[in-house]
Design a protein around this ligand. Structure first.
Ligand SMILES: [Mg+2]
Length: 174
């Protein structure tokens, strides 16, 4: 079966968040990139606990001015617009939870079913866990992407490389 997306109305995103435990976790940052390359990056106000890994790897990278959750919701809605795009992410189960959480039920601007990029890789026979930037045998290299120009675990760069990977996967110009 030929791989052809059902819709071009997609938006790429990534989040960083306080813990992998979704009962406790909160979003810390989000990067959103449209098909045409337009971008939004936000870091959110948060005073609560974070996991040790997040303390070491994420907090030092969060250097932008922080916005409230209310402001983040407003800015995300404004950026995404009214077209209800399919939200594509890579570690889909966490990114989806954390980007939807600040919104009231059914008030987020995305189509209600998110799209999981790892499943694309899986169905193409590519190991979806080989995601480290700069990894010679990883899927970014397999897709012909120079991942060294991106900073891994920065939500905007992670969303940017996801867009590039999606387009390369479909043999479309980036
Ligand atoms: Mg990330």
């Amino acid at each position: 079966m030929k791989i052809m997306p059902f819709s071009d109305n997609v938006i790429f995103f990534d989040t960083e968040f306080s813990t992998l435990n979704p009962y406790e976790g909160e979003i810390l940052s989000v990067g959103l990139v449209k098909m045409g390359g337009q971008e939004l990056y936000l870091e959110l106000e948060y005073e609560g606990a974070v996991s040790d890994w997040v303390k070491e790897n994420i907090l030092p990278t969060l250097t932008a001015e922080k916005v409230s959750r209310t402001e983040a919701v407003r800015l995300i809605k404004e950026f995404v617009g009214d077209s209800r795009p399919y939200a594509v992410s890579y570690v889909n189960q966490f990114d989806t939870i954390y980007v939807y959480k600040p919104f009231s039920i059914d008030d987020h601007p995305f189509f209600w079913i998110p799209i999981d990029f790892a499943s694309f890789l899986f169905m193409a026979g590519i190991d979806p866990t080989t995601h480290l930037y700069g990894e010679k045998t990883g899927f970014f290299s397999k897709l012909g992407i120079d991942s060294k120009k991106y900073h891994q675990h920065h939500a905007l760069d992670d969303a940017r490389i996801l867009r590039e990977a999606y387009l390369k996967f479909l043999n479309q110009p980036t």
